[in-house]
Design a protein around this ligand. Sequence first.
Ligand code: ADP
Ligand code: MG
Length: 331
Amino acid sequence: MSGEFDLIRQFFTRPAASVDIAVGDDCAILTPTAGTSLAVSKDLLLEERHFFSDVDPESLGHKSLAVNLSDLAAMGATPRGCLLGIALPRYDADWLAAFSRGFNRLADKYQCPLIGGDTTRSEHDIVISVTVLGEVTQPFLLRSRAQPGDDIWVSGTLGAADWALSLLLRQKAGEILNEREIQTLQATRHALEWPEPRVALGLALRPLAHAVIDLSDGLVQDLKHILHASGVAAVLYESLMPVNLSLPDDDPQQLRQSVLGGGDVYELCFTAPQTARAALQAIAASLPVTLTRIGEVHVGQGLRVLDAAQQDISALPAGFDHFRPARRRKP
Ligand code: ADP
Ligand code: MG
């Protein structure tokens, strides 16, 4: 069994009771829940740009969908379904079985069935393109709704994925990591390869948050998108950052880079009025997820980050940008 249609049937065809027509016809058909609008997003993952060629295919399947569900989470959307475009240089049943296992497990968890896609052979590289469909109701959770006086919050912890990536890149370049670095890699790698989309948090934030974004390119860069879209300024406090506890603290520059600039986090950063503090703490306790207040929104423009001595950090770490000369490439 190795043809295109066998492949689709074996790995990517699953029951999807929540849609009218899923994989198998020319289009999928689904009926939106009355009173909702569709939220749609796509992320592309390229071999050796977004993931290493030898990455565990099960984690790649998981992450391909997770990064898309994270976008739905940032809009407070309820997942409805997803589409998978995949180009593969060869038919590899073991690879496909593991990839689809990781993908489908997450799809089941968030009731986001795979309802269609496209499968093709590529010359060299693996290319994965996932589209997610979700449902939202008014008022939408937009980047443009931050208000002066809002608190700025972030979920989870920061820095682990970036730290793991930098250690993996050194390893791939032939460097031998020391015992401590190997331990740190073991402790941080999960964050890079198995991000958990904050879907439940996004939904819970709907009545409370003013503006929400998911952190794919780094806290500083992604928060700036909120500030620009909302026409406001912000101050963050480095000492308040929820630094991942696995990270060593003997290299403050690298720590700052990973925490403020590191990408691939998939936590939610959001602004909310001070009156929402108690309700947000209750959400944090009930989900459970840690929520940390890291700064506040002001009138004006621009982002300041103050260090532990309340001094401005003058050169803020840059986040990831595919068309900027890269410090290094994204996984
Ligand atoms: P078409 O020729 O109309 O593009 P295809 O032969 O590519 O249709 O696909 C047949 C069916 O399989 C369609 O329902 C399509 O959505 C689905 N499909 C193809 N590839 C995938 C995939 N990777 N994941 C999920 N569904 C897929
Ligand atoms: Mg097709």
